[in-house]
Design a protein around this ligand. Structure first.
Ligand code: C2E
Ligand code: MG
Ligand code: MG
Length: 416
Protein backbone atom coordinates (compact mmCIF):
# COMPACT_ATOMS: atom_id res chain seq x y z
CA UNK A 1 0.00 0.00 0.00
CA UNK A 2 1.27 3.48 -0.83
CA UNK A 3 1.86 5.81 2.09
CA UNK A 4 -1.08 8.25 2.25
CA UNK A 5 -0.16 11.94 1.99
CA UNK A 6 -1.77 14.57 4.17
CA UNK A 7 -1.69 18.30 3.49
CA UNK A 8 -2.78 20.52 6.39
CA UNK A 9 -3.76 24.15 6.01
CA UNK A 10 -4.40 26.37 9.00
CA UNK A 11 -3.33 29.93 9.75
CA UNK A 12 -2.41 28.87 13.27
CA UNK A 13 1.02 27.13 13.21
CA UNK A 14 0.26 25.43 16.53
CA UNK A 15 -2.70 23.65 14.96
CA UNK A 16 -0.76 22.51 11.88
CA UNK A 17 1.98 21.26 14.20
CA UNK A 18 -0.49 19.14 16.16
CA UNK A 19 -2.11 17.80 12.99
CA UNK A 20 1.34 16.96 11.62
CA UNK A 21 2.34 15.06 14.75
CA UNK A 22 -0.89 13.03 14.90
CA UNK A 23 -0.90 12.32 11.16
CA UNK A 24 2.74 11.20 11.09
CA UNK A 25 2.05 8.86 13.99
CA UNK A 26 -0.93 7.49 12.03
CA UNK A 27 1.38 6.69 9.13
CA UNK A 28 0.84 9.66 6.81
CA UNK A 29 3.45 11.61 4.87
CA UNK A 30 2.70 15.13 6.02
CA UNK A 31 3.08 18.62 4.55
CA UNK A 32 1.75 21.66 6.41
CA UNK A 33 1.24 25.23 5.36
CA UNK A 34 -0.12 28.40 6.93
CA UNK A 35 -1.02 30.34 3.78
CA UNK A 36 -3.22 29.61 0.85
CA UNK A 37 -0.67 30.32 -1.89
CA UNK A 38 1.74 27.67 -0.63
CA UNK A 39 -1.30 25.43 -0.15
CA UNK A 40 -2.31 25.85 -3.75
CA UNK A 41 1.22 25.00 -4.94
CA UNK A 42 1.43 21.94 -2.68
CA UNK A 43 -1.75 20.58 -4.21
CA UNK A 44 0.12 19.93 -7.43
CA UNK A 45 3.62 19.26 -6.15
CA UNK A 46 2.68 17.03 -3.18
CA UNK A 47 -0.55 15.51 -4.55
CA UNK A 48 -2.14 14.91 -1.14
CA UNK A 49 -4.60 12.06 -0.65
CA UNK A 50 -6.05 13.76 2.43
CA UNK A 51 -6.44 17.46 3.19
CA UNK A 52 -7.32 19.17 6.45
CA UNK A 53 -8.80 22.54 5.74
CA UNK A 54 -9.27 25.49 8.05
CA UNK A 55 -12.47 27.24 6.98
CA UNK A 56 -11.45 30.60 8.33
CA UNK A 57 -8.13 31.86 6.97
CA UNK A 58 -7.31 35.59 7.31
CA UNK A 59 -6.99 36.34 3.60
CA UNK A 60 -9.17 33.68 2.05
CA UNK A 61 -12.26 31.83 3.20
CA UNK A 62 -13.28 28.19 2.96
CA UNK A 63 -15.45 28.81 -0.09
CA UNK A 64 -12.58 30.29 -2.07
CA UNK A 65 -10.37 27.42 -0.96
CA UNK A 66 -12.98 24.95 -2.11
CA UNK A 67 -12.95 26.59 -5.54
CA UNK A 68 -9.18 26.10 -5.68
CA UNK A 69 -9.63 22.43 -4.82
CA UNK A 70 -12.35 22.01 -7.42
CA UNK A 71 -10.34 23.77 -10.14
CA UNK A 72 -7.37 21.56 -9.49
CA UNK A 73 -9.69 18.53 -9.63
CA UNK A 74 -8.15 17.12 -6.47
CA UNK A 75 -9.23 13.63 -5.53
CA UNK A 76 -8.05 14.09 -1.94
CA UNK A 77 -10.51 13.45 0.85
CA UNK A 78 -11.06 16.68 2.70
CA UNK A 79 -11.60 17.15 6.41
CA UNK A 80 -12.91 20.51 7.58
CA UNK A 81 -11.25 21.67 10.77
CA UNK A 82 -13.12 24.64 12.06
CA UNK A 83 -14.37 26.63 15.00
CA UNK A 84 -17.11 28.53 13.14
CA UNK A 85 -20.71 27.87 14.09
CA UNK A 86 -22.64 24.80 13.04
CA UNK A 87 -24.77 26.49 10.39
CA UNK A 88 -21.76 27.89 8.55
CA UNK A 89 -20.10 24.49 8.69
CA UNK A 90 -23.24 22.89 7.33
CA UNK A 91 -23.40 25.32 4.39
CA UNK A 92 -19.69 24.92 3.70
CA UNK A 93 -19.96 21.10 3.77
CA UNK A 94 -22.76 21.24 1.23
CA UNK A 95 -20.82 23.61 -0.97
CA UNK A 96 -17.75 21.36 -0.83
CA UNK A 97 -19.67 18.22 -1.78
CA UNK A 98 -21.51 20.02 -4.57
CA UNK A 99 -18.19 21.25 -5.96
CA UNK A 100 -17.13 17.66 -6.53
CA UNK A 101 -14.64 17.60 -3.63
CA UNK A 102 -14.85 14.53 -1.39
CA UNK A 103 -15.70 15.55 2.15
CA UNK A 104 -14.37 13.02 4.64
CA UNK A 105 -15.66 14.72 7.75
CA UNK A 106 -15.69 17.75 9.99
CA UNK A 107 -13.63 18.27 13.10
CA UNK A 108 -14.74 21.10 15.31
CA UNK A 109 -12.19 23.26 17.09
CA UNK A 110 -11.15 22.92 19.81
CA UNK A 111 -10.67 19.28 18.87
CA UNK A 112 -9.27 16.42 20.85
CA UNK A 113 -6.23 14.55 19.61
CA UNK A 114 -8.05 11.23 19.90
CA UNK A 115 -10.85 12.50 17.67
CA UNK A 116 -8.37 13.54 15.00
CA UNK A 117 -6.44 10.31 15.35
CA UNK A 118 -9.59 8.24 14.94
CA UNK A 119 -10.65 10.15 11.82
CA UNK A 120 -7.23 9.69 10.22
CA UNK A 121 -7.16 5.98 10.98
CA UNK A 122 -10.61 5.58 9.48
CA UNK A 123 -9.58 7.41 6.33
CA UNK A 124 -6.46 5.32 6.04
CA UNK A 125 -8.55 2.19 6.11
CA UNK A 126 -11.05 3.59 3.65
CA UNK A 127 -13.88 3.05 6.07
CA UNK A 128 -14.42 6.63 7.21
CA UNK A 129 -17.97 6.67 5.99
CA UNK A 130 -19.16 3.65 7.99
CA UNK A 131 -21.55 5.04 10.57
CA UNK A 132 -22.78 3.77 13.95
CA UNK A 133 -26.16 3.20 12.30
CA UNK A 134 -24.55 0.94 9.66
CA UNK A 135 -22.92 -1.13 12.39
CA UNK A 136 -26.10 -1.22 14.46
CA UNK A 137 -28.03 -2.45 11.42
CA UNK A 138 -25.31 -5.02 10.70
CA UNK A 139 -25.60 -6.35 14.24
CA UNK A 140 -29.38 -6.60 13.96
CA UNK A 141 -29.32 -7.92 10.42
CA UNK A 142 -26.87 -10.74 11.16
CA UNK A 143 -23.98 -9.42 9.07
CA UNK A 144 -21.37 -10.02 11.77
CA UNK A 145 -19.47 -13.28 11.76
CA UNK A 146 -17.10 -14.89 14.21
CA UNK A 147 -14.01 -16.60 12.85
CA UNK A 148 -11.82 -18.86 14.97
CA UNK A 149 -8.09 -19.25 14.85
CA UNK A 150 -6.59 -22.40 16.36
CA UNK A 151 -4.05 -22.20 19.13
CA UNK A 152 -1.68 -25.16 19.22
CA UNK A 153 0.48 -26.73 21.91
CA UNK A 154 4.11 -26.03 21.08
CA UNK A 155 6.14 -29.19 21.08
CA UNK A 156 3.07 -31.27 20.27
CA UNK A 157 3.76 -31.07 16.57
CA UNK A 158 4.53 -34.23 14.74
CA UNK A 159 6.64 -33.95 11.65
CA UNK A 160 6.73 -36.61 9.01
CA UNK A 161 7.46 -36.76 5.34
CA UNK A 162 4.77 -38.65 3.56
CA UNK A 163 5.59 -39.89 0.10
CA UNK A 164 3.99 -37.91 -2.68
CA UNK A 165 3.52 -34.73 -0.61
CA UNK A 166 4.45 -31.45 -2.19
CA UNK A 167 7.43 -29.82 -0.47
CA UNK A 168 5.28 -26.77 0.38
CA UNK A 169 2.90 -28.82 2.49
CA UNK A 170 4.99 -30.70 5.01
CA UNK A 171 3.16 -33.32 6.99
CA UNK A 172 3.10 -31.47 10.25
CA UNK A 173 0.31 -31.77 12.73
CA UNK A 174 -0.18 -30.15 16.08
CA UNK A 175 -2.66 -30.49 18.90
CA UNK A 176 -5.29 -27.75 19.09
CA UNK A 177 -5.50 -26.48 22.67
CA UNK A 178 -7.66 -23.45 22.09
CA UNK A 179 -9.05 -21.04 19.56
CA UNK A 180 -9.38 -17.28 19.44
CA UNK A 181 -12.70 -15.75 18.40
CA UNK A 182 -12.15 -12.90 15.94
CA UNK A 183 -15.05 -10.84 14.71
CA UNK A 184 -15.66 -10.03 11.01
CA UNK A 185 -18.29 -7.97 9.24
CA UNK A 186 -19.65 -9.56 6.08
CA UNK A 187 -20.53 -6.23 4.50
CA UNK A 188 -22.94 -6.62 1.59
CA UNK A 189 -21.02 -4.17 -0.63
CA UNK A 190 -17.49 -4.19 0.69
CA UNK A 191 -16.89 -7.84 1.39
CA UNK A 192 -15.46 -9.23 4.57
CA UNK A 193 -14.26 -6.40 6.81
CA UNK A 194 -11.58 -7.04 9.43
CA UNK A 195 -12.01 -5.70 12.97
CA UNK A 196 -9.59 -2.85 12.29
CA UNK A 197 -12.31 -1.31 10.13
CA UNK A 198 -15.02 -1.18 12.77
CA UNK A 199 -13.83 -1.95 16.31
CA UNK A 200 -13.13 1.71 17.04
CA UNK A 201 -16.50 2.63 15.62
CA UNK A 202 -18.09 0.13 18.01
CA UNK A 203 -16.13 1.62 20.89
CA UNK A 204 -17.25 5.15 20.14
CA UNK A 205 -20.89 4.35 19.53
CA UNK A 206 -21.55 2.16 22.55
CA UNK A 207 -21.92 -0.92 20.39
CA UNK A 208 -19.13 -2.81 22.11
CA UNK A 209 -21.55 -4.45 24.54
CA UNK A 210 -23.87 -5.99 21.89
CA UNK A 211 -20.87 -6.83 19.68
CA UNK A 212 -19.08 -8.67 22.48
CA UNK A 213 -22.29 -10.40 23.53
CA UNK A 214 -22.65 -11.65 19.96
CA UNK A 215 -19.04 -12.91 19.86
CA UNK A 216 -19.47 -14.63 23.23
CA UNK A 217 -22.70 -16.38 22.30
CA UNK A 218 -21.25 -17.51 18.98
CA UNK A 219 -18.16 -18.83 20.77
CA UNK A 220 -20.23 -20.75 23.31
CA UNK A 221 -22.29 -22.28 20.50
CA UNK A 222 -19.08 -23.23 18.69
CA UNK A 223 -17.66 -24.88 21.82
CA UNK A 224 -20.84 -26.92 22.24
CA UNK A 225 -20.68 -27.91 18.55
CA UNK A 226 -17.03 -28.99 18.69
CA UNK A 227 -17.70 -31.02 21.83
CA UNK A 228 -20.26 -33.01 19.92
CA UNK A 229 -17.36 -34.06 17.70
CA UNK A 230 -15.24 -34.99 20.68
CA UNK A 231 -13.02 -31.91 20.75
CA UNK A 232 -12.73 -29.96 23.98
CA UNK A 233 -10.78 -26.73 24.22
CA UNK A 234 -11.45 -23.20 25.50
CA UNK A 235 -12.16 -20.25 23.26
CA UNK A 236 -10.50 -16.89 23.81
CA UNK A 237 -12.64 -13.79 23.41
CA UNK A 238 -11.25 -10.26 23.16
CA UNK A 239 -12.62 -7.91 25.78
CA UNK A 240 -12.44 -4.21 25.12
CA UNK A 241 -11.23 -1.75 27.77
CA UNK A 242 -14.62 -0.05 27.75
CA UNK A 243 -16.20 -3.19 29.23
CA UNK A 244 -13.77 -3.46 32.10
CA UNK A 245 -15.68 -0.95 34.15
CA UNK A 246 -19.01 -2.76 34.12
CA UNK A 247 -19.21 -4.26 37.59
CA UNK A 248 -22.02 -6.64 36.73
CA UNK A 249 -20.11 -8.21 33.86
CA UNK A 250 -18.54 -11.14 35.75
CA UNK A 251 -21.97 -12.31 37.01
CA UNK A 252 -23.66 -11.83 33.65
CA UNK A 253 -20.96 -13.73 31.80
CA UNK A 254 -21.03 -16.57 34.31
CA UNK A 255 -24.76 -16.93 33.85
CA UNK A 256 -24.41 -16.90 30.06
CA UNK A 257 -21.77 -19.62 30.17
CA UNK A 258 -23.95 -21.77 32.43
CA UNK A 259 -26.95 -21.22 30.13
CA UNK A 260 -24.96 -23.09 27.48
CA UNK A 261 -24.17 -25.91 29.91
CA UNK A 262 -20.51 -24.85 30.03
CA UNK A 263 -18.06 -23.64 32.68
CA UNK A 264 -16.26 -20.28 32.98
CA UNK A 265 -12.99 -22.15 32.33
CA UNK A 266 -14.20 -22.77 28.79
CA UNK A 267 -13.75 -19.06 28.06
CA UNK A 268 -10.50 -17.10 28.18
CA UNK A 269 -10.86 -13.33 28.22
CA UNK A 270 -8.14 -11.49 26.31
CA UNK A 271 -7.38 -7.98 27.44
CA UNK A 272 -4.73 -5.75 25.97
CA UNK A 273 -2.06 -4.30 28.21
CA UNK A 274 -3.33 -0.76 27.78
CA UNK A 275 -6.88 -1.74 28.70
CA UNK A 276 -5.78 -3.35 31.91
CA UNK A 277 -3.55 -0.41 32.75
CA UNK A 278 -6.19 2.31 32.37
CA UNK A 279 -8.04 2.63 35.63
CA UNK A 280 -5.95 -0.06 37.29
CA UNK A 281 -7.97 -0.26 40.48
CA UNK A 282 -11.37 -0.92 38.87
CA UNK A 283 -9.92 -3.09 36.12
CA UNK A 284 -8.07 -5.18 38.69
CA UNK A 285 -11.20 -5.70 40.76
CA UNK A 286 -13.24 -6.86 37.77
CA UNK A 287 -10.44 -9.04 36.43
CA UNK A 288 -9.95 -10.63 39.84
CA UNK A 289 -13.64 -11.45 40.03
CA UNK A 290 -13.49 -13.07 36.60
CA UNK A 291 -10.53 -15.14 37.75
CA UNK A 292 -12.28 -16.17 40.97
CA UNK A 293 -15.22 -17.37 38.94
CA UNK A 294 -12.87 -19.54 36.91
CA UNK A 295 -12.50 -17.66 33.62
CA UNK A 296 -9.12 -17.72 31.94
CA UNK A 297 -7.45 -14.32 31.66
CA UNK A 298 -4.91 -13.52 29.02
CA UNK A 299 -2.87 -10.37 28.50
CA UNK A 300 -2.96 -9.76 24.76
CA UNK A 301 -0.28 -8.14 22.57
CA UNK A 302 2.21 -8.26 25.44
CA UNK A 303 5.31 -6.17 24.85
CA UNK A 304 3.60 -3.30 23.04
CA UNK A 305 2.46 -1.43 26.15
CA UNK A 306 4.13 -0.25 29.26
CA UNK A 307 3.24 -2.84 31.85
CA UNK A 308 5.77 -2.88 34.61
CA UNK A 309 6.87 -6.21 35.98
CA UNK A 310 5.29 -5.28 39.25
CA UNK A 311 1.92 -4.70 37.61
CA UNK A 312 2.14 -7.93 35.66
CA UNK A 313 2.79 -9.70 38.93
CA UNK A 314 -0.16 -8.03 40.65
CA UNK A 315 -2.67 -8.59 37.86
CA UNK A 316 -4.59 -11.87 37.98
CA UNK A 317 -3.68 -13.08 34.45
CA UNK A 318 -2.85 -16.71 33.80
CA UNK A 319 -1.51 -16.24 30.27
CA UNK A 320 0.35 -13.67 28.24
CA UNK A 321 0.32 -13.51 24.45
CA UNK A 322 3.57 -12.18 23.07
CA UNK A 323 2.81 -9.61 20.40
CA UNK A 324 3.37 -10.81 16.89
CA UNK A 325 5.75 -7.95 16.04
CA UNK A 326 8.45 -9.80 18.02
CA UNK A 327 7.84 -12.98 16.04
CA UNK A 328 8.08 -11.05 12.76
CA UNK A 329 11.47 -9.65 13.77
CA UNK A 330 12.81 -12.89 15.16
CA UNK A 331 14.21 -14.10 11.85
CA UNK A 332 16.24 -10.96 11.40
CA UNK A 333 17.33 -9.76 14.79
CA UNK A 334 18.89 -11.56 17.68
CA UNK A 335 17.35 -8.90 19.94
CA UNK A 336 13.78 -9.98 19.14
CA UNK A 337 14.72 -13.55 20.02
CA UNK A 338 16.29 -12.37 23.26
CA UNK A 339 13.14 -10.42 24.13
CA UNK A 340 10.87 -13.40 23.44
CA UNK A 341 13.15 -15.57 25.58
CA UNK A 342 13.23 -13.08 28.46
CA UNK A 343 9.47 -12.52 28.41
CA UNK A 344 8.89 -16.27 28.37
CA UNK A 345 11.25 -16.92 31.28
CA UNK A 346 9.80 -14.08 33.29
CA UNK A 347 6.22 -15.19 32.63
CA UNK A 348 7.05 -18.76 33.59
CA UNK A 349 8.68 -17.57 36.80
CA UNK A 350 5.45 -15.73 37.59
CA UNK A 351 3.45 -18.87 36.88
CA UNK A 352 1.95 -17.60 33.63
CA UNK A 353 1.51 -19.58 30.47
CA UNK A 354 3.01 -18.10 27.28
CA UNK A 355 1.41 -17.97 23.86
CA UNK A 356 3.40 -16.74 20.86
CA UNK A 357 1.25 -14.87 18.36
CA UNK A 358 1.93 -14.59 14.65
CA UNK A 359 3.75 -17.88 14.12
CA UNK A 360 3.85 -18.08 10.34
CA UNK A 361 6.70 -20.43 9.55
CA UNK A 362 8.08 -23.75 10.72
CA UNK A 363 11.33 -21.91 11.57
CA UNK A 364 9.43 -19.61 13.95
CA UNK A 365 7.70 -22.64 15.49
CA UNK A 366 11.04 -24.33 16.02
CA UNK A 367 12.49 -21.17 17.57
CA UNK A 368 9.67 -20.72 20.07
CA UNK A 369 9.77 -24.42 20.84
CA UNK A 370 13.43 -24.08 21.70
CA UNK A 371 12.71 -20.95 23.78
CA UNK A 372 9.97 -22.79 25.67
CA UNK A 373 6.74 -20.98 24.76
CA UNK A 374 3.74 -23.09 25.69
CA UNK A 375 1.32 -22.39 22.87
CA UNK A 376 1.34 -20.79 19.44
CA UNK A 377 -1.14 -19.05 17.24
CA UNK A 378 -0.55 -17.94 13.68
CA UNK A 379 -1.08 -18.54 10.00
CA UNK A 380 1.07 -21.69 10.15
CA UNK A 381 -1.46 -23.52 12.31
CA UNK A 382 -4.38 -21.88 10.58
CA UNK A 383 -5.90 -18.62 9.51
CA UNK A 384 -9.05 -17.50 11.26
CA UNK A 385 -11.92 -19.50 9.79
CA UNK A 386 -15.63 -20.08 10.43
CA UNK A 387 -16.49 -22.63 13.13
CA UNK A 388 -17.50 -25.29 10.61
CA UNK A 389 -14.03 -25.16 9.00
CA UNK A 390 -12.48 -25.96 12.37
CA UNK A 391 -15.02 -28.77 12.74
CA UNK A 392 -13.84 -30.19 9.41
CA UNK A 393 -10.26 -30.15 10.68
CA UNK A 394 -11.31 -31.96 13.83
CA UNK A 395 -13.28 -34.58 11.93
CA UNK A 396 -10.39 -35.15 9.57
CA UNK A 397 -8.02 -35.70 12.47
CA UNK A 398 -10.47 -37.91 14.33
CA UNK A 399 -10.77 -40.04 11.23
CA UNK A 400 -6.98 -40.45 11.40
CA UNK A 401 -7.51 -42.08 14.78
CA UNK A 402 -6.41 -39.31 17.12
CA UNK A 403 -8.16 -38.76 20.40
CA UNK A 404 -7.27 -35.10 20.88
CA UNK A 405 -8.13 -32.53 18.22
CA UNK A 406 -5.17 -32.11 15.93
CA UNK A 407 -4.79 -29.70 13.11
CA UNK A 408 -2.67 -30.15 10.10
CA UNK A 409 -0.50 -27.05 9.97
CA UNK A 410 -1.02 -24.91 6.89
CA UNK A 411 -4.35 -26.63 6.46
CA UNK A 412 -7.05 -24.19 7.55
CA UNK A 413 -7.54 -21.32 5.12
CA UNK A 414 -9.35 -18.05 5.73
CA UNK A 415 -12.42 -17.89 3.52
CA UNK A 416 -15.41 -15.58 3.47
P1 C2E B 1 -5.61 -9.82 18.44
O1 C2E B 1 -6.56 -10.12 19.53
O2 C2E B 1 -4.19 -9.63 18.79
O3 C2E B 1 -5.80 -10.98 17.36
C1 C2E B 1 -4.78 -11.51 16.58
C2 C2E B 1 -4.75 -10.86 15.22
O4 C2E B 1 -3.60 -11.30 14.54
C3 C2E B 1 -5.93 -11.27 14.33
O5 C2E B 1 -6.22 -10.17 13.47
C4 C2E B 1 -5.33 -12.41 13.51
O6 C2E B 1 -5.98 -12.63 12.27
C5 C2E B 1 -3.92 -11.89 13.30
N1 C2E B 1 -2.98 -12.99 13.07
C6 C2E B 1 -3.00 -14.22 13.60
N2 C2E B 1 -1.97 -14.97 13.19
C7 C2E B 1 -1.26 -14.19 12.35
C8 C2E B 1 -0.05 -14.40 11.59
O7 C2E B 1 0.57 -15.47 11.60
N3 C2E B 1 0.39 -13.35 10.85
C9 C2E B 1 -0.26 -12.15 10.82
N4 C2E B 1 0.24 -11.18 10.06
N5 C2E B 1 -1.40 -11.92 11.53
C10 C2E B 1 -1.89 -12.92 12.28
P2 C2E B 1 -7.69 -9.66 13.25
O8 C2E B 1 -8.66 -10.79 13.21
O9 C2E B 1 -7.64 -8.70 12.11
O10 C2E B 1 -7.98 -8.88 14.59
C11 C2E B 1 -7.30 -7.71 14.92
C12 C2E B 1 -7.62 -7.26 16.32
O11 C2E B 1 -8.98 -6.86 16.43
C13 C2E B 1 -7.46 -8.35 17.37
O12 C2E B 1 -6.10 -8.49 17.66
C14 C2E B 1 -8.28 -7.79 18.50
O13 C2E B 1 -7.55 -6.84 19.23
C15 C2E B 1 -9.39 -7.07 17.76
N6 C2E B 1 -10.60 -7.89 17.79
C16 C2E B 1 -10.95 -8.95 17.01
N7 C2E B 1 -12.15 -9.45 17.38
C17 C2E B 1 -12.57 -8.71 18.44
C18 C2E B 1 -13.72 -8.74 19.29
O14 C2E B 1 -14.62 -9.56 19.17
N8 C2E B 1 -13.78 -7.80 20.28
C19 C2E B 1 -12.78 -6.87 20.46
N9 C2E B 1 -12.91 -5.99 21.47
N10 C2E B 1 -11.69 -6.82 19.70
C20 C2E B 1 -11.58 -7.73 18.70
MG1 MG C 1 -6.62 -11.28 21.00
MG1 MG D 1 -2.90 -10.15 20.02
Amino acid sequence: MQTPRLLALDDDPEITEIIAAVASEAGFDVRTTNDHIAFSKALTSFEPTVITLDLNMPSVDGFQLTRILAEQKTTARTILVSGVDTRVIHTASKFISESGVTLAGVIRKPFSISELRQKLHEIKRGTADLSPDDLRAALRGGELRVYYQPKIAVGSHLVGERAGRKPRSPDIEARIVGAEALVRWAHPDRGLLLPDAFIELAEHSRLMVPLTAFVLRSSLEAIVGWRQHGAEFPVSVNLSATLLYDEKLPERLTKLVHDFGLKPADIVLEITEDAAMGDVKTAMEILSRFRLKGFGLSMDDFGTGYTSLRELYRMPFNEIKIDRSFLEDMDETQEARTIVRSITNLAHDLGLSVCAEGVETTEALKAINEIGCDTAQGFLAGRPAPAHEITKTILLRNAAGRKAPYCNLVWVRESS
